[in-house]
Design a protein. Structure first.
Length: 366
């Protein structure tokens, strides 16, 4: 018998090994199941209530005004019109003005408004050359979205049909000798469940006073459930401004110091479905002589009370305001609309009043 050559045996063994490896590779799946699953997860659409950019969308229907956000060049405040959980309109109530700010505002604001409607959230890009304006805009926009969601979202416990929804409202900004104070509260079941200070005096010694006083005032507001709280020692001006802003927030929420569980119902005798009274504050409108801001109470589709939160003051303005404001308030109640006559000698104040009144009516749904 002829012996097999050693080299031939090596060649045959190597060929067999290569063939086996090729066979194994041909049987291995072409893709990793875990990577395929990851790919499928990545293609899922965003969850309901989120925009493509991941920001929370507003809910409900109505008109909401965000908090005024302070920037290095002036305040910015955004108002949204929401229908069916979508932002249908965005407008800027306040924006920096004067000097170069006029040009920047004129360029940036329309772009920011359009971006808001497109994004349906506060996750929008800043406008080039308007960094401060864009940042303030987004802050005010987010607060407007928060308000829309708070109003739309029911705070009722599961299975409890008569539980009251939580409501978040922001009081008027109250000017003090050392700076503005503005309070935001959350009310549920007729009680203040949360109080926070949106604006407070700052700079120099005010920083220390604010840091000491504000937490105490917030706690006192929750404990008392009213604006009848004690001033913090050493923070007289801040405390006074806080209490005024807190009261205006309570007015908007329909909660007053002597209110019971049925306060502000405004229901006529024998009428179980009459509309509840609603208090809303219009936008602050700047005039040549100072800001004008109106607060109204609406019940049954009628203005039952009108009051002026801000009005021009100082010098001759004091006399004009004292004469014009009561007449404008009476005219608003009588007309039930913002279509009222200007008071003679108070053209600018009258014009500002009517604009603020109209914004209050818009918010009230009137």
């Amino acid at each position: 018998m002829r012996k097999s050559h050693p080299i031939r045996r090596v060649v045959l063994a190597t060929a067999a090994t290569v063939s086996g490896v090729v066979l194994v590779l041909s049987l291995k799946p072409s893709s990793d199941p875990s990577s395929a699953a990851a790919g499928g997860a990545a293609s899922q659409p965003p969850a309901a209530g989120q925009s493509a950019q991941g920001g929370a969308q507003p809910a409900g229907t109505g008109i909401v005004t965000g908090d005024a956000a302070q920037t290095q060049y002036g305040a910015i405040q955004v108002r949204l019109t929401v229908a069916g959980g979508k932002i249908t309109k965005a407008e800027t109530v306040q924006a920096p003005k004067g000097g170069q700010s006029d040009q920047i505002t004129a360029d940036a604001v329309p772009k920011l408004n359009a971006a808001t409607v497109a994004a349906q959230s506060a996750q929008i890009d800043a406008v080039s050359g308007a960094t401060y304006t864009s940042t303030g805009y987004k802050q005010s926009l987010q607060s407007a979205i928060d308000k829309a969601n708070s109003t739309a979202g029911s705070g009722a416990a599961e299975g409890s049909g008569d539980a009251q929804a939580a409501k978040t409202v922001t009081g008027d900004a109250v000017d003090t000798q050392y700076g503005a104070v503005q309070v935001r509260i959350t009310v549920a079941g007729g009680k203040i469940t949360k109080a926070e200070t949106v604006q407070a005096p700052k700079g120099g010694q005010s920083d220390q006073i604010t840091a000491n006083a504000v937490p105490k005032l917030n706690q006192a507001a929750i404990a008392a459930g009213t604006a009848d709280i004690d001033a913090v020692s050493g923070a007289t001006y801040t405390s006074a401004g806080y209490k005024k802003s807190l009261q205006s927030a309570l007015d908007q929420a329909g909660t007053s110091a002597d209110a019971g569980s049925g306060a502000g119902s405004g229901a006529a005798e024998g009428s179980g479905d009459a509309q509840a009274a609603k208090t809303v504050t219009g936008d602050a409108v700047d005039t040549q002589y100072g800001a004008v801001q109106v607060r109204i109470t609406v019940a049954g589709g009628k203005i039952t009370k009108a009051e002026t939160v801000q009005a021009p003051k100082g010098g001759q303005s004091d006399q004009i305001t004292a004469n014009a404001v009561p007449k404008l308030n009476q005219a608003a109640i009588a007309a039930g609309t913002a279509d009222i006559d200007a008071v003679s000698g108070a053209t600018y104040t009258s014009a500002g009043y009517k604009k603020s009144l109209q914004s209050a009516l818009d918010q009230a749904g009137g």
